[in-house]
Design a protein around this ligand. Structure first.
Ligand code: FEO
Ligand code: CA
Ligand code: CA
Length: 512
């Protein structure tokens, strides 16, 4: 795409003025200058923003364990000033880069150690965050870790699951635990419906370990200082993208979670407690009625006709949601609370069969601004497409001034092709809420080839934005012909980076 085509693609004068190098002679470039779409195999940052590697796939985190593959969600648990434990999800593997595509027990055994999560202690030395190599907190959870179900009944005959996997985004609770959400769990052990029909999985681990698919697809709660974990059956089972936790006006805990698949749903769990997510009621959103609909068997005669008990509803949540009239959505991914309004924002990434390629961010306004309410109105907060210059919003984080930092997730083979032509590699954007640039979206970082940025997470002092660089080189035909060699010029390595610089400082202080 040449400069003229690029300008036509953007087609908005306010955005044109932010182009690199002041492309329009009539309009002086405003600071900060939006990064141009790129197809380079580099992590590019806007002017006055820089990045440093924190940890890459395969780095040792203690004497016997390594940092896993395809890092996603990041959460920071503070210990003391400039020191904390970071939780990192390791969502899935690319067999090419582990031990190879053959589905042998040996290869699968290696892969099972690459997913799950890492707990790592990090500290800031001068301005740089680094691993505390000998920390007692450094540990892994993986696909072999035994994790109990927090539920009174067994799940498919067991009180314990073997491992956690497919952890995508997540959340944090007010009592200091981390939530890791098992998203595309069917890629490891397949799926099984209520009639017992099974599907084959992408990774085909079930050939060696025929574990119950029903043991995955849950929200997992982890204590960062001990690594103790449990699967929260209360929040239902689906391709959970994330779990965003807040409090109702009466103090009870409320968790919002989206099911990231075309035409799936948005859920809300209202706890019976102010300090636990184990007991309460699960609801699903009906946008036409503006109502949260109960999925409790005692509230819904239609569910009693189909399901024998609440445990069955929790396992087949998608099916129950459809029976009670849940609204199909365009891939609900990350969820955040707007610090300026209290509204609930949900990234709707896209829905390609419905020709929605660019996605949007949905805004839910709860009645009386109370997360405990069962009624709401909704609107579009921000739409992707040519006017805003981004496509397929995914993970989001607000800074203290209410500026929204968000990443995009155009799937690898479609990057800069078809409807995505001109959008370049997946990127990190900022939507300004105040100041001279209020209402504008600018691109502040561009990912290497085939990668997406995930897990944006601010340090407590807001001087650093931690960011995952997930699946660089994902579409490589073989390990020796990688499409990306980021970050070391040889093998692509998913990594966590630290973004810093005067641009970040100015934005988070509201000085733009
Ligand atoms: Fe793992 Fe929906 O992204
Ligand atoms: Ca995601
Ligand atoms: Ca994604």
């Amino acid at each position: 795409m040449n400069r003229r085509e690029f300008l036509q693609f953007l087609g908005v004068s306010g955005v044109i003025s932010t182009l690199p190098g002041n492309l329009s002679a009539r309009t002086p470039a405003l600071y900060p200058v939006s990064l141009a779409p790129s197809l380079e195999d580099k992590l590019l940052t806007a002017q006055d923003l820089n990045y440093k590697l924190l940890l890459s796939w395969g780095d040792k985190i203690n004497v016997s364990q390594k940092f896993g593959f395809n890092n996603d969600f990041l959460a920071f648990h503070p210990l003391q000033k400039d020191r904390g434990i970071m939780w990192v999800n390791h969502e899935y593997v690319n067999s090419l880069f582990i031990k190879g595509p053959e589905r042998s027990k040996e290869n699968i055994d290696f892969e099972r150690l690459e997913v799950g999560g890492s707990l790592i202690e990090i500290r800031k030395v001068k301005d740089d965050w680094q691993l505390v190599a000998d920390s007692k907190f450094n540990r892994r959870l993986d696909a072999t870790t035994e994790i109990p179900f927090a539920w009174p009944e067994p799940i498919m005959g067991s009180k314990v699951a073997i491992g956690t996997l497919a952890g995508c985004a997540g959340g944090k609770t007010p009592w200091g635990t981390i939530l890791s959400c098992e998203e595309n769990y069917d890629m490891f052990y397949g799926e099984r419906d209520r009639k017992g029909n099974t599907t084959k999985s992408w990774q085909q681990w079930e050939k060696v370990y025929p574990l119950a698919p029903e043991h995955y697809g849950w929200v997992v709660e982890i204590e960062p200082e001990t690594g103790k974990a449990k699967k929260l059956v209360s929040l239902g089972r689906c391709a959970h993208e994330c779990a965003a936790v807040t409090k109702a006006k009466n103090g009870k805990i409320v968790a919002y979670t989206g099911d990231d698949a075309n035409d799936e749903h948005l859920y809300k769990f209202i706890s019976d407690s102010d300090s636990s997510l184990e007991k309460g009621k699960l609801y699903v959103a009906n946008l036409e009625k503006g109502e949260w609909i109960s999925l409790d068997i005692n509230d819904q005669p239609k569910l009693r006709e189909t399901f024998k008990n609440q445990t069955e509803i929790q396992i087949y949540t998608r099916e129950a949601a459809k029976i009670v009239g849940a609204t199909p959505l365009d891939r609900p991914e990350d969820i955040e609370f707007d610090p300026l309004t209290g509204n609930v924002l949900i990234a709707l990434t896209n829905n390609k069969p419905k020709k929605n390629y660019y996605g949007s961010i949905l805004k839910i306004m709860e009645k009386n601004n109370d997360p405990g309410s069962l009624f709401f109105t909704h609107d579009t907060f921000l739409a992707g497409g040519p006017k805003t210059g981004f496509a397929s919003p995914d993970n989001m984080v607000f800074d203290p001034k209410g500026n929204l930092w968000f990443t995009t997730d155009v799937s690898g083979p479609e990057i800069n092709k078809g409807p995505y032509q001109g959008y370049g590699n997946n990127s990190l954007f900022v939507f300004f809420r105040s100041g001279s640039r209020a209402g504008e979206v600018i691109r502040v970082a561009s990912a290497p080839i085939d990668a997406e940025f995930t897990g944006p997470c601010f340090s407590p002092d807001f001087k650093t934005l931690f960011l995952s660089v997930q699946h660089p080189g994902e579409n490589s035909p073989s390990a020796d012909k990688p499409t990306s060699t980021w970050p070391n010029g040889k093998t692509p390595k998913p990594s966590v980076v630290c973004l810093q610089g005067s641009l970040l400082d100015k934005i988070v202080q509201g000085n733009i």
